[in-house]
Ligand binder design. Structure first.
Ligand code: 0RQ
Length: 503
């Protein structure tokens, strides 16, 4: 038998990517695998993009509704966007080509909590899914699929799509077999049952994805690594942010609100979140767990060193050197990592039951504690809300981290009013910059404003924020959340007009 395609019938359905792509027609909704650059199909989207380019030259529009787990890579989002092949896209994205077209208004993009996508599809809110294109590590004799480096929404796309195209990637280590936990106990309201997960490492499902082999119309073999991003090494600013957060955890332990083992950690995407994990490595902790969404380099270090004994996630998002370490030590990591559908990794019920400590990056926060994770100056999207809202709303503690300035100091990330809201004042407990930490728990809006300005703002902007707050307090129509509405967004307008928020 074929080494990775052990189902005899499916081994005969092997075709090249161009033939497989023929199953996809203009206007279809296609559910693809892929989550933060891991486990996305490597070949079929590029073959599709070539067809789209050819169609465009003939003057025939060829675009799709593209649904994924989260961000993918140039070979998927980049190639399809460049070919003009995406009409509509959800959820999280980070590809520069795709982002540019979304911001030019050419592609409709729906940003949605990553934990909500699967049920949104099941509720019928997205319409029918025509084709699923899913990367896997292998196919078992009975047709079940060994998942790849991300699970994302694969279970849902496989369950809902009329037709399935499978990419078997020979580059993905077979040692992944056994790392996944696919839960099949989901149901739709009003028939839902409690999800029987009590600890981050609990296995409540099975290691494989089920699919009716008759719906698999094509199997494509690939041999290509995941897109391998890299992280900026922690600099003085991110180290200071991490130190502030670690000191806060120590304070919470002394106050008896957290134990030495803390609670399951969730760590967001990006350089700062990665640096915070590096800070935990040196923080003298042990016996920690993680219930999170992606495992980045910093988390892998913590698992390898034993600081984190068990981590649950939906994807691996590792730099090239970290992938090497992961593959070399895959036996150890299979004991300590569980990869689940994002519906489970980000599930409100589980995040709340476990009491996760959510730590997410942000673009800006306002003095009252509202957080913008996604937009520059209110209208230009960067990535998307990702899973930050799933964890911020439902966790035990919701922390947001950012340097106090961006773009070389031209932007204050603490502003009078956020230009876009992803996490409102009710979902934000702690704001951390390199300047310090504002613990907003149990505070009214005015108390929060004083703490955020004093502890988090950069000195270059602190007086201007205090001045805004003082004048708002004196001149606002209401004194609960004082604002000068004509001025609240003037910092952003000044940045757009002059390239700097400085007065
Ligand atoms: O852009 O490199 O072009 O200068 O944003 O900023 O400081 O490197 O921070 O990598 O941690 O990313 C919010 C984007 C932060 C990320 C965000 C610019 C800044 C730089 C990156 P340049 P940094 P990070 C669950 C959690 C939403 C999803 C989420 C994110 C770039 O954390 O996407 O939380 N979060 N998911 O210059 C203008 C500001 C800015 C700004 C930063 N105020 N104005 N530009 N930047 N602040 C996991 C998943 O969901 C998968």
């Amino acid at each position: 038998t074929h080494p990775r395609i052990a189902h005899p019938g499916l081994a005969t359905r092997r075709v090249d990517a161009a033939q497989a792509a023929e199953w996809i027609q203009p206007g279809m909704a296609v559910g693809m695998s892929g989550f933060t650059g891991a486990g996305y199909p490597k070949a079929v989207p590029q073959a599709l993009a070539a067809r789209m380019e050819a169609a465009r030259e003939r003057g025939e529009p060829f675009a799709l509704r593209v649904l994924t787990g989260a961000s993918t890579a140039p070979e998927l989002d980049g190639a399809l966007a460049r070919a003009g092949g995406i009409d509509f896209r959800l959820p999280y994205q980070s590809d520069p080509e795709l982002r540019a077209r979304i911001n030019r208004g050419e592609i409709e993009y729906m940003d949605i909590h990553l934990g909500h996508v699967a049920q949104y599809a099941w509720f019928g809110f997205l319409g029918p899914i025509d084709v699923a294109v899913i990367e896997v590590a292998g196919i078992l004799p009975d047709g079940r699929l060994i998942p790849s480096t991300s699970v994302g929404n694969n279970k849902t796309w496989l369950d809902l799509a009329d037709k399935v195209i499978v990419e078997v990637n020979h580059c993905q280590p077979l040692g992944l077999d056994g790392m996944h936990d696919i839960y099949y106990g989901t149901a739709l309201p009003p028939a839902r049952r409690p999800i029987p997960l009590l600890q981050p490492g609990d296995r409540i499902g099975e290691p494989y994805l089920r699919v009716d082999p008759d719906r698999i119309v094509a199997v494509v073999e690939t041999n290509a690594p995941d897109r391998l991003g890299s992280f900026a090494p922690p600099d003085e600013t991110s180290k200071a942010i991490a130190a502030n957060l670690v000191e806060f955890f120590r304070h919470e332990i002394r106050a008896g609100r957290l134990s030495e083992q803390l609670l399951p950690l969730q760590s967001g995407v990006g350089n700062i979140a990665n640096a915070v994990l590096a800070g935990l490595q040196d923080g003298g902790f042990s016996g920690l767990t993680a219930f999170t969404e992606v495992i980045q380099d910093g988390m892998l270090d913590l698992i390898e060193s034993g600081v984190i004994t068990m981590a649950s996630a939906t994807a691996l998002s590792l730099s090239p050197p970290a992938v090497e370490r992961f593959v070399a030590n895959i036996g150890l990591f299979r004991e300590r990592i569980v990869l689940r559908p994002q519906e489970m990794s980000n599930h409100a019920e589980l995040v709340r039951r476990l009491g996760c400590i959510a730590m997410n990056g942000m673009v800006e926060a306002d003095i009252y504690g509202n957080v913008n994770s996604t937009h520059v100056a209110g209208s230009t999207i960067i990535n998307g809300i990702g899973g930050s809202g799933d964890f911020a709303r439902n966790g035990f503690l919701s922390c947001f981290v950012t340097p106090s300035t961006a773009k070389g100091g031209a932007i204050s990330t603490i502003v009078p009013m956020v230009s876009h809201v992803d996490h409102n004042e009710h979902d934000v407990d702690v704001i951390v910059t390199e300047q310090g930490l504002a613990d907003l728990r149990g505070m009214s809006p005015k108390q929060r404003a004083r703490a955020v300005i004093a502890n988090c703002a950069h000195p270059d902007y602190r007086d201007a924020l205090q001045d805004y707050f003082d004048r708002a307090l004196a001149g606002s129509a209401g004194r609960h959340t004082p604002h000068l509405l004509g001025e609240a967004l003037s910092w952003h307008q000044r940045y757009l007009d002059t390239g700097s928020m400085r007065g």
